[in-house]
Design a protein around this ligand. Structure first.
Ligand SMILES: Nc1nc2c(ncn2[C@@H]2O[C@H](COP(=O)(O)OP(=O)(O)O)[C@@H](O)[C@H]2O)c(=O)[nH]1
Ligand SMILES: [Mg+2]
Ligand SMILES: [Zn+2]
Length: 309
């Protein structure tokens, strides 16, 4: 029986890209789900690898869903193995607290992440940085070093100058990935640069609100010529990851997780416990103060959330 991947789910139809078919959205087979899925309360998801039967009219029926390696709830996509976390260097301003929060959520899913800094054409030279909104070349360099030091892969891009686009494509080779990030950071623009003929709607940032409008509606995996599949998302607010527990938060900070074994107590929350290796590293600068500050902030949020429910 032929196999394929669901690239789109719409009004009860599943669009299946057959294994080995040329990677183009036009080559998908329109399928119905088999009745048994409903009976067993199973919903085929975009990203599912499936078995299907061809029917006479050139359409098909999905007969079996192969085991999933991962499952995101919002957007509902199975088998994602890379999140491309997109932040613009400015417009909207690069917020490291938000960046760390998204990294925590992604670490918690166990899915790999590629960090992408967009709109590099808007960087200002170090000498003429005038306002708080400006991101200078040197400041971005400092941030890049910080996150590379933690172990993240970072790619700087400009859709306007078509810069870094080929490198992003290389990273996505053979993966199922989602583009995630706030509205207005340039996700759709970057995808348009990556996929020839693609014309996703993009939106000018509302000057008044300082953020973009939501323009990307349904979930769809788009085939890349190198064998990857990629989904745009409407904005990170729509990405609903599993909630992180206080005890697990430290593990979601990669550089903490690596040294926490050296803490005197198992389950050390790196607060006031004696002989805490993480706090030692914050004190001697091995761990960035900003990262530890954000850790404390998120820990307080998690405890607050517990208190409210
Ligand atoms: N200067 C500059 N503007 C960009 C770049 N990429 C996107 N934009 C602009 O940023 C706004 C939001 O882009 P869009 O792709 O819709 O962002 P999304 O909401 O993340 O999908 C649009 O006005 C784009 O023209 C870039 O590389 N440089
Ligand atoms: Mg968009
Ligand atoms: Zn500790």
């Amino acid at each position: 029986m032929p196999q394929g991947t669901i690239t789109k789910a719409l009004s009860g139809y599943y669009y299946v890209l057959p294994e080995g078919a040329e990677l183009a959205a036009a080559n998908t087979i329109t399928c119905r789900g088999r009745g048994v899925f409903k009976n067993r309360n199973i919903t085929p998801l975009v990203g599912d690898r499936v078995m299907y039967e061809e029917t006479e009219n050139g359409e098909g029926t999905v007969t079996e869903i192969l085991p999933r390696t991962s499952e995101l709830i919002r957007p509902p996509i199975a088998n994602v193995n890379l999140v491309v976390l997109v932040f613009s260097v400015t417009e909207p301003v690069l917020n490291l607290q938000l960046l760390d929060k998204f990294l925590v959520h992604i670490e918690n899913t166990g899915i790999d992440v590629l960090l992408c800094f967009t709109k590099s054409d808007l960087l200002t030279a170090d000498s003429d940085a005038s306002g708080a909104k400006d991101m200078t070349v040197a400041e971005l360099e400092r941030i890049t070093k910080l996150y590379e030091g933690i172990g993240y892969t970072i790619q700087k891009t400009s859709s306007k100058l078509h810069e870094g686009v080929e490198s992003i494509l290389q990273h996505l080779d053979g993966t199922v990935s989602v583009f995630a990030g706030q509205s207005g950071v340039g996700k759709s623009s970057l995808l348009n640069e990556m996929i020839s003929g693609l014309n996703l709607e993009t939106n000018a940032i509302s000057q008044r609100l300082g953020r973009g409008k939501h323009t990307t509606r349904h979930v769809e995996l788009m085939p890349l010529t190198n064998g990857g599949l990629v989904a745009d998302t409407p904005g990170f607010s729509q990405l609903d990851f599993m909630e992180v527990e206080a005890e697990g938060l430290g593990d979601c900070f990669r550089e903490f997780a690596a040294i926490a074994e050296g803490c005197r107590f198992r389950g050390c929350l790196h607060l006031h416990e004696p002989d805490c290796k993480v706090r030692d590293c914050v004190a001697d600068g091995t761990i960035a103060a900003s990262r530890y500050d954000h850790y404390l902030l998120f820990l307080a949020e998690i405890k607050d959330r517990k208190r409210r429910y």
